[in-house]
Ligand binder design. Sequence first.
Ligand code: IMP
Length: 208
Amino acid sequence: MHRASPKTLAILFSLAQQHKHLVINVPKFRILIANEQIVRRAREIANQIQREMGDEPPVLVSVIEGARLFARQIQLGLGGRLPVHEIRAASYGKGTTSSGTVQISGGPSVPVAGRTVILLEDIVDTGRTIAALRERFLNDGARDCLVATLLSKPSRRVVNVLLNYVGFEIPDEFVIGYGMDIAGRYRELPDVVIYEAEVEQAAQSACS
Ligand code: IMP
């Protein structure tokens, strides 16, 4: 297990200062994947995509908001010239378990018919979100719809989806940071961190 990086500590402390009601017991948050590992792995995935894509550029689609940072790394790894389109898919609301239904909004501003779409996702959990998005793009006439995800929790899968590029497989833990949130918080943490509600509650009650 890694120790919190100085940057993570700085961000957590500044969050705690801005939101006095949310004082975080920093040392107890466990880092699962450090920022440097994420960046390195994203580069490897981008290289693999580049090798496998041939001449025709794919349509990159980032599932916002969680995948923005990962999508940016992939975009840079592919040379920085391909645009990243955004699509919103929501199934979580405010908690740590999926509601089961996926609401999709937005999407690429270019036609996808006959092209290969690559969905850039932060984490695949039950698989419902990615399955719904793939279906949407294949219905729109995409020749293929591949999936690149930073994280995957295989033990949680409900829908069988093919993940073409996976950054890291992780155990059944709710994670935050590197774009991922719980109820809109902690996205800005540079590392992937295991969210522990009891840590947050203990820190809050210690300060109230
Ligand atoms: P799925 O549809 O169950 O695969 O859920 C995928 C979506 O749920 C992701 O795009 C995330 O927004 C969210 N999600 C799943 N697990 C986590 C987690 O551990 N932390 C943060 N968000 C998660």
